[in-house]
Design a binder for this molecule. Structure first.
Ligand code: UGA
Length: 447
């Protein structure tokens, strides 16, 4: 349970006191200010309602561990970058440190809830550390994975498809599990709260993300084929999505999926399969990530190819840095990967985004020095040879493309990595338009 979810739980459970603790002082200060550290539609209002009432923020982690009856652990578990499993396994060092910190500061028995996405059987390690104490304390560890998506966190949390809680099948495990069920039941209908054993719960989180990402990689794989065959990916997605067994969601072809979860969780699943001696299963899931990287690079190569095989020195405007609309998060954003490829080709990249420029600058590291960051998309597009739509911000649909076209170098190109815009209209304005998985609309052949 992270910063965007606790305020919602607190607003539904006024009888309980919640404290968000973090060692990062700047972050805790931001939570207490008018400028929250997370941009999430609807979150501001909820935080204002509960802050200082039954929701508090603190950097005094030890004190609040001691006082709590239930501790939700949502420390980050990035992909491990060193040693065994480097590049795939989850880095559990924060997780283990937290377990030891809980033990050190506890004087009463507690329920510990695993919120971070973790490999299967991690709860076991937590249990072992906690219950190896000689203070006579007992800890019940539950798994309660998060299924909300960024940008729609408030809606997803207010009205979840399901809440999943995994626990031990022991008497005290079941008692702990029921305590958490009761907490959610204050606003979530009972039939949507499902309970499983610990390992099913841990694994379900990884599998849910793997299946979602697999749908995007599948439709993106077909988008490449559409571009060769004059089939249209939107028509294909619509036609297959009407089959109830397939369903219409998560079939929007794109420049690729991003975010802090999909790639990390799939690699985590891949590592688990390798660890348990299932190399074929590992390769099967790994291909979802490989396909995604291919889609990002394919998009960037299409740009270079369309622009007469050279973009060195050409100004290229990237519309969008966030990994999707309505968030300021740029982690694993396809926009950044496209940016890297274009910089390799020595393009003069200018990046615009309504909320995510600071994060983009940070995530690009040293490369940021070679990118211009521009809040105003009209200024970004001025004198550019090409625009690439990389995040599906609604405001990009409302821009005056006639004015933009007039300000650009000619021939002017638009590469729509989200199939967001009205392609025919752009074409009629004079643009050469390159969607994903559809025939390009270009004025160039006629000349
Ligand atoms: C994802 C899952 O959707 C959540 O259920 C899960 O709880 C979360 O990860 C997590 O593990 O914490 P999130 O990363 O916030 O949520 O974003 P998504 O809405 O799933 O989008 C992921 C990426 O896929 C974005 O880059 C998005 O633009 C892209 N996408 C999505 C497509 O390219 N096409 C689609 O049809 C849908």
């Amino acid at each position: 349970m992270g910063g965007s979810t606790v305020p919602i739980v607190a607003s539904h459970c006024p009888q309980h006191k919640f404290v968000i603790v973090d060692i990062n002082e700047a972050r805790i200060a931001a939570w207490q200010s008018d400028n929250l550290p997370i941009y999430e539609p609807g979150l501001d209002d909820i935080v204002k309602k509960v802050r200082g009432v039954n929701l508090f923020f603190s950097t005094d982690v030890d004190k609040h561990i001691a006082e709590a009856d239930i501790i939700f652990v949502s420390v980050n578990t990035p992909t491990k970058l060193f040693g065994q499993g480097a590049g795939k396994a989850a880095d559990l060092q924060h997780w283990e440190k937290t377990a030891r910190q809980i033990l050190r500061n506890s004087t009463t028995s507690k329920i510990i809830v695993e919120k971070s996405t973790l490999p299967v059987r991690t709860a076991e390690a937590m249990e072992r550390i906690l219950n190896s104490n000689n203070k006579g304390l007992h800890f019940d560890v539950l798994s309660n994975p998060e299924f909300l998506a960024e940008g729609t966190a408030v809606r997803d949390m207010e009205n979840p498809d399901r809440v999943l809680i995994g626990g031990r099948e022991t008497e005290s495990g079941q008692k702990a599990l029921n305590t958490l069920v009761e907490l959610y039941a204050t606003w979530v209908p009972r039939e949507r709260i499902i309970t499983t054993n610990l390992w099913s719960s841990e694994l379900s989180k990884l599998v849910a993300n793997a299946f979602l990402a697999q749908r995007i990689s599948s439709i993106n794989a077909i988008s490449a084929l559409c571009e060769k065959t004059e089939a249209d990916i939107s028509e294909v997605a619509h036609a297959i999505g009407l089959d109830n067994r397939i369903g219409k969601y998560f079939l929007r072809a794109s420049v690729g999926f991003g975010g802090s979860c999909f790639e990390k969780d799939i690699l985590n699943l891949v590592y688990l399969c390798e660890y348990y001696g299932l190399p074929e299963v590992a390769r099967y899931w790994e291909q979802v990530v490989t396909m995604n990287r291919h889609q990002e690079h394919r998009f960037a190569s299409n740009m270079v190819h369309a622009m007469f095989n050279t973009i060195a020195g050409k100004r290229v405007a990237l519309f969008g840095a966030a990994f999707k609309a309505n968030t300021n998060d740029t982690r694993e954003s396809p926009a950044l990967e496209v940016c890297r490829v274009l910089l390799d080709e020595r393009a003069a990249v200018v990046m615009t985004d309504p909320h995510a420029l600071d994060n983009a600058r940070y995530d690009l590291g040293q490369l940021a020095e070679r990118v211009s960051f521009e809040l105003d998309p009209y200024v970004a597009a001025n004198d550019a040879h090409a625009i690439a739509i990389l995040t599906e911000w609604a405001q990009y649909k409302e821009l005056d493309y006639e004015k933009i076209y007039a300000s650009m170098a000619k021939p002017a190109f638009i590469f729509d990595g989200r199939n967001l815009l009205d392609h025919k209209k752009l074409y009629s304005l004079g643009f050469n338009v390159y969607p994903i998985g559809k025939p390009a609309l270009t004025h160039l052949h006629a000349e």
